[in-house]
Design a protein around this ligand. Structure first.
Ligand SMILES: Nc1ncnc2c1ncn2[C@@H]1O[C@H](COP(=O)(O)OP(=O)(O)OP(=O)(O)O)[C@@H](O)[C@H]1O
Ligand SMILES: [Mg+2]
Length: 456
């Protein structure tokens, strides 16, 4: 601020600005902004403190607190991640890498609310009105109750939100919005923080839910300061691989629901389509009787998803054999290969070992260890793993097969999908009961696994 700059302040809410305005962009009061000297501002502050009564302290059992209303969008996978729908007065941040489908998702949400007779304001700072219209036309999501505003000036956005009565406001994206009072470029940490904090106040004061779209950085974090995630009520992240049509929406933070939920969609010509029964979509293209492929159930959020772990073991042409992985940690593979060499006498010193989880998925839980080992041995020994067999288990450094969490859940899902043999850690089976549907094979260590399955 220059030395001679005038300071205007709203006498109603104390909002400070360099420019006079007829209406306070913060509290919406008319004719409340006037020029103040720095002394007056200080005096006003101390007077206010003296005048105001001390805040009231309430006993927890006396607080009645109204229950927040939640409205479903009817896009079930989206509602599931939010904990059942959009909560009134909540500030939601949706992050995701460029082109993943954030604008598509949010336009679908806007349309689904519009057909429920709700007024949705979609503020675009990234695309022109005609671009948004083109997308809406392509996706057949045109509705008169979806209002589009192309604006990046935060004060103007604030004024419009305060003036009109919307049921949901969407800002695409937070990185494009610029608060004219803040002297830094749009997308800077200062801008994002201030705009988000102000939107948060608006959401709480007016009970209006606001969804902000946010970019993610190269490292995969939500762009902007970490504090942005602290300011908002809910953080959702859209994930997926551009080469595949799957899109996963994950709850990273939720003040109104569990963060264990995830929603799965496929990106199709007409937009994002919900996947209602996701456990088997990632294994649907598994070849029959191919060597080096194992099915493993993983836990993602509250759901079980079956993944296919593929291994390819070939003679190496390099002085140092290659270890290449997609979807699993390379170090984990090296450790498991070392265990196979030390405990079972395998020799991979002249072999390249490649591991891939199909469908562009990634898994980091230890319960996939035994599946990786099965795929490696299957490829190494040209011994296919039966298509109705699945494998569960963590492998320790002494070659022991260790119990995993959520065991029952994994087995139940495998049974539901018709698996007939499940190789499991003995530590997970409390008591042996005959099950006519499935053959549960308990193993304590890798030697037993090899002996029982590969007839080594
Ligand atoms: N004409 C088209 N036909 C089919 N699919 C399209 C078409 N145009 C875009 N798409 C799909 O939509 C995706 C882009 O979606 P969207 O614009 O919603 O992403 P975004 O996450 O908002 O991207 P950005 O970060 O650039 O804002 C593309 O990656 C593509 O899969
Ligand atoms: Mg977009």
């Amino acid at each position: 601020m220059s030395k001679n700059a005038k300071t205007y302040m709203c006498k109603n809410c104390g909002y400070k600005t360099e420019n006079w305005a007829g209406k306070c962009p913060n509290c919406g009061e008319w004719n409340s902004i006037r020029e103040f000297t720095p002394e007056e501002i200080e005096k006003n502050r101390s007077l206010k403190l003296k005048d105001d009564k001390l805040p009231k302290i309430e006993s927890l059992d006396k607080i009645t607190g109204s229950k927040k209303n939640r409205f479903p969008t009817t896009l079930t996978e989206f509602d599931r991640v939010l904990g059942g729908g959009i909560v009134e007065g909540s500030l939601i941040l949706i992050g995701g890498s460029p082109g993943i489908g954030k604008s598509t998702l949010i336009l679908q949400v806007a349309f689904l609310l519009a057909i429920q007779n709700k007024n949705v304001l979609y503020i675009t700072g990234e695309e022109s009105l005609s671009q948004v219209k083109m997308r809406a036309a392509r996706l057949e999501l045109i509705h008169k109750k979806v209002f589009i505003l192309s604006e990046i000036n935060y004060e103007k956005i604030q004024a419009i939100i305060a003036e009109k009565d919307f049921d949901l406001v969407i800002i695409d994206s937070i990185q494009t919005v610029k608060h004219p009072q803040i002297n830094s470029s749009a997308g800077s940490i200062k801008q994002i923080k201030e705009v988000a904090a102000s939107l948060f106040r608006t959401a709480k004061q007016t009970n209006l839910p606001i969804i902000m779209i946010g970019h993610i950085t190269k490292e995969g974090d939500l762009a902007g300061p970490k504090v942005l995630e602290h300011i908002v009520d809910t953080v959702l992240q859209m994930e997926g691989d551009q080469n595949y049509s799957y899109r996963i929406l994950r709850g990273l933070k939720n003040r109104f629901g569990s963060t264990n939920e995830m929603g799965i969609f496929t990106m199709e010509k007409k937009g994002l389509k919900e996947v209602k029964n996701p456990s088997q979509i990632f294994i649907s293209e598994r070849p029959e009787n191919a060597c080096g492929s194992t099915i493993v159930p993983i836990i993602d959020g509250n759901r079980v998803i079956l993944i296919e772990i593929q291994a390819l073991v070939t003679d190496t042409a390099y002085a140092t054999p290659q270890r290449l992985t997609t979807g699993i940690n390379k170090k984990r593979l090296s450790i498991l290969l070392a265990v196979l060499e030390k405990k079972l006498g395998f020799n991979f010193k002249v072999s390249d070992v490649h591991i891939n989880i199909t469908g562009g998925l990634a898994a980091s839980e230890p319960a996939i260890d035994l599946g990786i080992i099965f795929s490696v041995i299957s490829s190494f020994s040209d011994f296919p793993i039966d298509s109705k067999t699945a494998v569960i288990g963590e492998v320790g450094l002494t070659g022991e097969v260790r119990a995993v969490n959520n065991f029952e859940k994994r087995v139940t899902e495998l049974k539901k999908l018709g698996f007939k043999n499940i190789i499991v850690p003995a530590g997970n089976v409390k008591k042996r009961e005959f099950d006519p549907e499935v053959n549960i094979v308990e193993i304590k260590n890798l030697e037993e696994a090899l002996d029982m399955y590969f007839n080594y």
